[in-house]
Design a protein around this ligand. Structure first.
Ligand code: 8Y7
Length: 287
């Protein structure tokens, strides 16, 4: 009926084949993240046993990818040095590479960490700044790894003060296209790029809702799509829900993203998200 389009995939890891949607578990190597900060810590340091325990839990619950981050991008979070970021992320990455078969994504904007992470076995670079820091595109290109380019308006400290767009869907599409072009010009193959609208990053509730409603516009760019809606404060703005009561809406928004073509869901609640992906896939492939 329709022309055959080969499934999109990244060759760095089998779990980055997008014939089915993939589950990315958030693993924060931070002492202070808004929902799971400090989980890997004992006495102010990353703890090997606590980290191993968490990694095994993440695998058992059905994650296929883990996204390891050391810098909190909460609105108002304080900046840390590159050294501090490396000290947080690299031990977790090394343990994940040695002890699991997960695809490993590194959530960073730092060129130095991109290079180190690639040497230590990372499979994907996830940059909320879309490789906009000086040297980031070049560093990412030199690793040969796939990259996730996320849209953000402004900087984490102030991005929620007064988000402003002419047409949020068009503006995000244009921005992502410009970052894709910058990547391709620097030698990153277009088969190694995925994109993300960056829910909650310099966006009002209305902006977020429009981006979800018209997610298919982003799909038209032709790249795998990563979506992060898990427990985000837009759910509070919409429904008045504390962090601990955001699971039902997170799952609903996740399923709506799948229906609109999301290829990776980045989430905190792994077991529950596994169920919605499995149910979605069962219906999609039932004939
Ligand atoms: C996202 C993200 C965060 C997202 C991508 C949070 C690191 C805030 N959100 N990366 N990172 N997409 N690609 O709520 O939506 O988890 S941090």
């Amino acid at each position: 009926m329709s022309a055959f389009t080969p499934p999109l995939l990244f060759e760095s890891h089998p779990n980055l084949a997008f014939d089915v949607p993939r589950l990315m578990a958030i693993v924060n190597a931070t002492p202070d993240s808004f929902s799971d900060g400090g989980l890997l810590y004992k006495k102010d340091r990353i703890d090997r046993d606590a980290t191993l325990f968490r990694l095994q839990q993440v695998v058992a619950e059905g994650a296929e990818i883990i996204d390891i981050g050391g810098e909190s991008t909460r609105p108002g979070a304080s900046a840390i040095s590159v050294q501090e970021e490396m000290d947080r992320v690299l031990p977790v990455l090394e343990l994940a590479a040695a002890e699991t078969d997960l695809a490993i994504s590194i959530d960073t904007s730092s060129p130095e960490l991109m290079r180190e992470a690639a040497k230590k076995g990372a499979h994907l670079i996830n940059d909320v700044r879309a490789l906009s820091r000086p040297g980031a595109v070049e560093a990412a290109a030199s690793t040969g790894l796939p990259v996730c380019l996320m849209h953000m308006q402004g900087a984490p400290a102030s991005m929620q003060v007064s988000p402003n767009y002419k047409d949020v869907v068009r503006d995000v599409v244009c921005y992502l296209q410009s970052r894709i072009d910058a990547c391709v010009n620097a030698g990153i193959d277009s088969t190694r790029i995925c994109i993300d609208p960056g829910f909650g990053f310099g966006k009002t509730l209305e902006h977020n809702l429009l981006l979800l409603k018209y997610l298919s516009e982003l799909k038209k760019l032709g790249f795998p799509l990563l979506v992060g809606l898990s427990r985000k404060s837009m759910i509070d703005h919409l429904l008045k829900r504390d962090l601990k009561d955001r699971l039902p809406a997170s799952l609903a928004l996740g399923l709506m993203s799948l229906e609109r073509g999301a290829n990776i869901l980045r989430v905190h609640d792994i077991r529950e998200t596994r169920d919605i992906i499995d149910a979605f896939v069962a219906v999609r492939y039932c004939d």
